[in-house]
Design a protein around this ligand. Structure first.
Ligand code: CO
Ligand code: ZN
Length: 332
């Protein structure tokens, strides 16, 4: 399958910070509706697409939401103070352009700071070019969330953009849905909400679906740039099969099945031991009396920056590995 850059380019551009995922959801429904049997939106806003099959009930989760900046106050000169929605770094956010759902654009700057390493979000503000509080309030209200305003760039090897986390996971799920013909297992594709603020959507979706197996698709970090922290995952070395992160230790049977499929189908893979972060499978695993869960991670440099970078080969390998897993005949 050719790499569908155009689909990924569209996905990373859609406004959808945690709790405001509706535009992403509408876009994905249009993409997948002819390939699945049932589509449901639950009360949290998760999109649940069911592709019926005879085997195991599998929940496949990719999160639609993205990190952003939420307005907490507007000063008399029209500058917006903000707090983070998800993991926002002050240094990365300084001098970035941002956009609100209604199209209002701005940029992020800070009060004069002597020591940039001590930069905090509370010393920063969003400038939308309004000259008074009253004028700013015509465009923005307390509680509104803006996101980084960037585009996807690419060459033969890589794509880079803000918000590969986790639109690239959504992309992998969508491409898998389009690739699967007859489903051998009973597949529930969940495009989840509010992952970035604590795996919240996956938690309620897993409870409702009560799957036999959980799998999620999300970015992981990298260890292959100058003086990077020791971490055996890098770009263009294959799909990453997670062993652990801070939200779960993947179920050995799920992990080993992924490894077996990768080996048998000659899909390049690498093993991921992450001492930070979490993903939807962490929530799925702890549902009801426990659900064996694993993760296929897309190796990504500079996660939560405006130039998250991933390899096109790795992304394709993740799609192949997911399709292989969903077609697998589970005996137990
Ligand atoms: Co994230
Ligand atoms: Zn993510």
């Amino acid at each position: 399958m050719a790499f569908n850059s155009e689909l990924l380019r569209k996905l990373v551009k859609i406004y959808g910070p945690s709790s405001n995922e509706n535009l992403v959801r509408e876009f994905i429904i249009e993409e997948i509706k002819t390939y699945v049997d049932e589509i449901e939106i639950d009360s949290m806003g998760n999109l649940i697409a069911h592709k019926k099959g005879p085997g195991k009930k599998i929940m496949i989760s990719s999160h639609m939401d993205q990190i952003g900046l939420m307005v907490i106050d507007i000063d008399k000169n029209g500058f917006l103070r903000f707090t983070n929605v998800g993991g926002i770094s002050p240094q990365i956010t300084l001098s970035q352009r941002v956009i609100f759902e209604n199209g209002t654009v701005g940029g992020v700057f800070s009060e004069p700071v002597e020591d940039m390493s001590k930069l905090k979000l509370e010393n920063m503000y969003i400038d939308i070019g309004a000259f008074s509080k009253e004028e700013a309030e015509k465009y923005v209200q307390i509680g509104d969330i803006c996101i980084y305003n960037t585009n996807l760039d690419e060459n033969e090897n890589v794509v880079f953009s803000s918000y590969l986390d986790d639109r690239v996971g959504c992309f992998v799920s969508i491409e898998a849905i389009k690739t699967l013909k007859e489903a051998k297992n009973d597949l529930y594709f969940v495009f989840s909400v509010q992952e970035e603020v604590g795996l919240r959507g996956a938690k309620t979706a897993a409870y409702k679906i009560n799957p036999d197996i959980g799998i999620s698709l999300d970015v992981t970090i990298h260890g292959d740039t100058p003086k990077a922290k020791r971490f055996a995952v890098g770009l263009n070395k294959g799909a990453a099969i997670k062993i652990k992160d801070n939200s779960l230790i993947c179920h050995p049977k799920v992990r080993d099945t992924l490894i077996k499929i990768a080996k048998e189908s000659n899909i390049p893979y690498q093993l991921e031991v992450l001492d930070a972060g979490g993903t939807d499978s962490g929530a799925i695993q702890l549902t009801k009396s426990g659900i064996p869960s694993g993760v296929i991670s897309i190796p990504t440099r500079y996660v939560h920056s405006t130039m998250e970078m991933a390899s096109k080969n790795d992304i394709k390998n993740c799609i192949d590995l997911l399709v292989g897993f969903l077609n697998y005949e589970f005996n137990v």
